[in-house]
Design a binder for this molecule. Structure first.
Ligand SMILES: [Zn+2]
Length: 81
């Protein structure tokens, strides 16, 4: 029954966390990054002054939509729809 749960514990609290719930939360967080165009892409990292370039390894400007829709290295067939 508890095979999908693990215990997170610190000095005062103890949580039983469902791995399936964490997976769903992480997927929604990742989808939200793509839908809001805010995530760890070259354009955002440059905007946040974490890097000097916004270029993707393919040579185009790397935005979240570029990663999913048009980059020959990473695009998803069918996009996010
Ligand atoms: Zn690219």
């Amino acid at each position: 029954m508890y095979q999908h749960f693990f215990i997170l514990r610190n000095a005062t609290t103890r949580f039983m966390i469902c791995l399936l719930c964490i997976h769903v939360v992480l997927v929604y967080c990742l989808l939200n990054c793509f839908l809001t165009e805010q995530g760890h892409c070259g354009a955002c990292r440059r905007k946040w002054r974490l890097t000097d370039t916004d270029l993707c390894p393919c040579g185009e400007t790397q935005t979240m939509s570029h990663i999913v829709e048009s980059c020959p290295l990473t695009k998803l067939n069918g996009g996010l729809s």
